[in-house]
Design a protein. Structure first.
Length: 492
């Protein structure tokens, strides 16, 4: 649909989980709302910082990465992170992202002295984004209308300062924190330049201290390669595409899903072994560690898996064009934000990573005819890798993954728990709509709403779910929702 690609610079690596900074003298425990309760000591206080994103409406930012190089409280010049870390924001429409005080999360902890703080300075660097330019003209000098381009826009200024009288008062053993929302809706201007000072581009909302009762966040669909497995206690280390290694615990409630030909037992921890690529649904626990709610086998790890957003289907048979969002393990000459042409081998297997989500009857993902621009797919790199340009490789397996789409509601159909979104991102045909199928909680999680009863026409929502091609219906596709986030009219 949009085969022309202009590469300005290769984007930087990505981290796509939950931003969590916790500080205490002798330990810190977190609840679902992101605040902490210290386990002891009175000279420091726990502090947590959550990162979210509101994507642009209408325009199409396909990938956006930025480094957070500093987060400093004043007075006292108290730094909350020790090393610059990178986040990919388009994957945070209906998810959370995380940075850690140190390169590896084993576990997360940091010391913040008690006292009164009047400002927090957050410093950003090295933004890069992949866009579909449908402005009607050329942007960034050489990105022509109708092209998919990789841009490295300037970031002036590079800091945002939040002030208050006070901004935070930290008391020993008393949790504190804030939500940091980097809103692409307001940060990215019409010409794809960036303006950190634009209203609501970056906002900070203090959190209310709450006692620990549950995990702080649920992280769905985390894919990585098993680095090692420990049995006392049961845990495994998972290597992300960034090279970070995360230690993940399992308990008696963790479920395992393995094919019988890989592990005859199928549902036990002993199925997990080094070098496997697995998908894990995780909880961030109050002590900063990660606990697996479920672990599913993805591949044996002999070849990489690349996940991305499908942006075009040129050719017959089609050659899917994707913007890379994740790769496990890292692929030489392929980075997050790159545009890649994927050749479907004969045969190519098609499958759905439903992660326990019910799939309504009539929806299919069994062949190339079921592909749809806007889907999130994972492809197995089975051969023919070329650094290009264009970057290309062949695959013998395509898996449907959870796509994140933000758009306003057009109509709702409450008895059937479904609604229709319109004004879709410009990767979709003009005037098209998507039918969103939801379920009663907890199968579909609603954020800022109990269910769809309050979602009237014009309400902007971010939906995470499986997107199916439905050519026989009036809508271009049907999305089966895992999570629905209700957003304000202006952002963040």
């Amino acid at each position: 649909m949009h085969p022309k690609v202009s590469a300005v610079r290769r984007p930087i690596s990505t981290i796509c989980l939950f931003l969590f900074i916790c500080a205490s003298l002798s330990g810190c425990y977190l609840n679902r709302n992101g605040t902490g309760v210290s386990s002891g000591g009175g000279t420091t206080a726990p502090f947590s910082l959550i990162l979210t994103d509101a994507p642009p409406l209408g325009g199409d930012v396909l990938s956006f990465q930025i480094q957070i190089t500093g987060a400093v409280l004043q007075p006292g010049n108290v730094s909350l992170i020790n090393t610059p870390q990178t986040v990919e924001l388009t994957q945070l429409q209906a998810e959370y992202g995380f940075l850690t005080p140190n390169p590896n999360l084993n576990p997360t902890s940091f010391n913040v002295p008690v006292g009164t703080y009047t400002s927090l300075t957050v410093t950003f660097a090295n933004p890069s984004m992949t866009i579909l330019n449908e402005t009607g003209g050329t942007v960034a000098t050489n990105c022509l209308n109708g092209s998919i381009c990789q841009l490295t826009p300037a970031l002036v200024p590079s800091t945002v300062i939040f002030t208050g009288t006070p901004l935070f008062t930290l008391i020993g053993n008393t949790p504190a924190g804030a939500t940091l929302d980097v809103s692409l809706r307001n940060l990215v201007q019409n010409d794809f330049s960036l303006n950190l000072t634009f209203p609501n581009a970056v906002t900070l909302t203090p959190l209310t201290s709450v006692a620990l009762t549950a995990p702080i966040a649920e992280l769905d669909g985390v894919v990585g390669k098993v680095a090692s497995v420990g049995t006392n206690p049961n845990q495994f280390n998972l290597t992300a595409s960034t090279g970070q290694v995360f230690s993940i615990a399992v308990d008696n409630n963790t479920t395992f899903s393995y094919p019988a030909n890989v592990c005859p037992a199928q549902t036990v921890f002993t199925c997990v072994s080094s070098a496997q690529i697995v998908e894990a649904d995780l909880s961030v626990l109050g002590n900063g560690t990660l606990l697996a709610n479920s672990v599913s086998f993805e591949d044996d790890g002999t070849v990489p898996l690349v996940e991305g957003t499908l942006v075009a289907l040129p050719g017959n048979p089609p050659t899917p064009m994707i913007v890379v969002q994740n790769e496990v393990p890292a692929v030489t000459n392929v980075a997050v934000g790159d545009v890649v042409n994927v050749t479907l081998q004969n045969p190519t297997a098609f499958q759905v990573d439903a992660d326990g989500l019910p799939i309504p009857g009539g929806l299919s993902f069994a062949s190339a005819s079921d592909l749809l621009v806007g889907q999130e797919i994972q492809v197995r790199v089975s051969g023919g890798l070329s650094a290009g340009p264009p970057i290309s490789f062949s695959t013998n397996r395509v898996s449907l993954r959870m796509a994140q789409i933000t758009a306003p509601v057009a109509t709702t159909n409450q008895p059937n728990l479904s609604f229709i979104t319109n004004s879709l991102p410009s990767r979709f045909p003009v005037g098209s709509s998507i039918l969103v199928q939801t379920f009663t909680p907890p199968q579909t999680e609603f954020v800022n709403a109990n269910d769809i009863t309050g979602l009237g026409p014009g309400t902007t929502v971010s939906v995470k779910g499986l997107l199916f091609n439905t050519p026989a219906q009036l809508q271009i596709g049907e999305q089966v929702a895992r999570r629905v986030v209700v957003r304000s009219s202006t952002g963040p």
